[in-house]
Design a protein. Structure first.
Length: 286
């Protein structure tokens, strides 16, 4: 049976109260409803945090009708909540993990991380997650400027994994990152040499993993021996290089179907404790 998730309307107030035990009026924010066969079967309350009303959003407890539990509805609600929050400019979500004999807090954390959320802070059962950060660049010059802003928050030992189709702007972004790292020479695609190292205020290792067929091929590049002293940027590295470090910055690029349209979309996802400490820098500086 198909389940759809939609924002609750004022007419849904009674349903939200029935499912969650909370009325929509009297509490800022709103709710999301999961609907199956025209019947609401789950709800999730959400509201802005008074201390950071433009950045931080709270998620309430997910309530699923007994007959619809363990059917993936909770996951759909959480994913929709993250998407909706990002669409409205929020960059972090806070929630209290469920407690009790049937609760699996570790499963909840794994789910949120799998959706691209970055654990920023844990205070007892209350956890705060950073959301993937969307950016848009209207042309190549804007893509290079975005790369320079990313470079401003980079440190030695960082790993960046760039993904996206041909022509999405990966090498253009790498050029901006190189400029931001004071690399004197022009960054070009390292397709035929697989990896190039560039001098800069932090040395930059630029890798093209498109022709790497396995982890054995990756090991042959011996990247991990110098990573503590460099920034390593890997194009086409998704699913292949993430294990080189405890955390990384994933940069997913996409483009319009119109070849003449220079607009590109960039989604930044950070993982690992080193990036958790820089989430607010990503929010405000990139």
């Amino acid at each position: 049976m198909t389940v759809t998730v939609r924002p609750a309307t004022p007419d849904d107030g009674a349903v939200v109260r029935q499912l969650t035990g909370e009325a929509m009026p009297g509490c800022p924010g709103g709710a999301l409803l999961a609907v199956a066969a025209d019947r609401p079967v789950a709800a999730l309350r959400h509201w802005p945090d008074p201390s950071q009303p433009t950045r931080l959003h709270w998620l309430g407890q997910i309530v699923v009708a007994p007959e619809r539990r363990r059917s993936g509805i909770a996951t759909a609600l959480i994913a929709a909540a993250g998407h909706d929050a990002a669409e409205h400019g929020y960059t972090a979500l806070r929630a209290r993990l469920e407690s009790g004999p049937d609760a699996d807090a570790s499963a909840g954390r794994r789910l949120l991380v799998s959706l691209g959320w970055q654990l920023l802070e844990a205070d007892g059962r209350t956890q705060t997650y950073g959301l993937p950060l969307p950016r848009a660049t209207p042309d190549a010059a804007a893509m290079r400027r975005l790369g320079e802003r990313i470079a401003a928050v980079l440190r030695a030992g960082d790993l960046l994994v760039l993904t996206g189709p041909l022509g999405a702007g990966k090498t253009t972004l790498a050029q901006g990152i190189g400029a931001g790292l004071s690399v004197p020479d022009r960054i070009t695609s390292p397709t035929f040499v697989l990896a190039r190292e560039h001098a800069g205020r932090i040395p930059l290792v630029h890798v093209d993993a498109f022709r790497l067929g396995s982890l054995t091929d990756l090991d042959d590049l011996d990247l991990d021996t110098a990573m503590t002293d460099t920034v390593t940027l890997v194009e086409w590295g998704e699913g292949l290089v993430e294990g080189l470090t405890e955390g990384h910055l994933s940069v997913q690029l996409s483009r319009s179907d119109d070849a003449a349209d220079e607009l590109r979309w960039v989604l930044l996802r950070s993982t690992g404790p080193a990036w958790a400490a820089r989430q607010q820098l990503l929010d405000t500086k990139v």
